[in-house]
Design a protein around this ligand. Sequence first.
Ligand SMILES: [Zn+2]
Ligand SMILES: [Zn+2]
Ligand SMILES: [Zn+2]
Length: 360
Amino acid sequence: MENFTEAQNISQDHSSFFFSSRGGLFCQDGWLSSKLIGDSFLWTWLILSFVSFVICMTLSGVLFYLYYWPSNITYEKWQRKSNPKYPSPEKVRDEIVQMCKAFLCSNVCPAVSIYSAAHQGNDGSSDTSGFHITTKAYCGPAPSPWYHVAEFIGIMLVSDFFEFFYHYCGHTFKSLWSQHRHHHKFFNPSPFSVIADEFVDQFVRDSPLLLFPLLVPINMDLMFFEFGTFFYFYGVYLHWGYEMDWPDAHHPILNTSFQHYCHHAKGVIGKPTHCGFFFKIWDQLFRCTYEGKCFCAKCERRKGNRTKEQFELVHIPDYSKLLRPSFWIQAKVLTGTTSKDSNDDTTDGENNDAVKRKGE
Ligand SMILES: [Zn+2]
Ligand SMILES: [Zn+2]
Ligand SMILES: [Zn+2]
């Protein structure tokens, strides 16, 4: 209760910073001065969706080009690939379709958050035009720089736990798995699977951007910047399909791309495995770490499973198909379920195109 009162005081004492302050993207002299973002919910949602689509496609596209495009695949790179096989162009097309669907939903909560914050008066009161929620969002400096440090750490820990727990529930409850299982079609992920989720999952995943400013005074620039970096940049890394030499799979604190690959390949309903995003601690506390023999790229190299001879046998798909319009104008493309790849890590039909088709 004391903390709550303190938080209220921060927002009231610094009411002059509320969206009239200078020096931030979300201040009146920043994006909000465009009169599009903030003024209209529809425009806010459309612009956010467009910006996040461009950022995501660029990040994932560059990484895909550097690590999956046939002319850029080398033996050295392949030695660090979690799954020695490459996904089919159809699988990558499914990822892109699923990712595009996700943008429609993922920006609803962020748009409500910005729209509501922009409708708050300089004295902390709300104006009466349009529907909005009263939030504690603020812009510009806090009373103490330490408040920004506390905000940064708080956002990181709370959102990391939130994402872990929602994901854990997605592997525990049937109703949530019916949404989440679509992400696990991508058992050998490429960077395009970063937000390849169904609508409900994506809506909930970005809801902290609305929930945080409802609960505590939050600097909008800091929150959006941190969330964007955290969940897009780190998320693209987690779905990279390759592993770095450091931090490697055996890092004691951080979840690396191997843990998320392992999650995609082996995680099904009733079997949550490495549901965490940034920190390993949540999986350790909930006892859902992978306990089998490690099959990270480093361990596979040690076992002699990444030799030059093996690399020469690897089929490298012709991804240039993805640039042909005719590849996209085909039946069922919009379903995001066109591939027939086989998952060697599980015989569960839910998570393996080849097994699923046999059973149909
Ligand atoms: Zn999962
Ligand atoms: Zn994933
Ligand atoms: Zn290992």
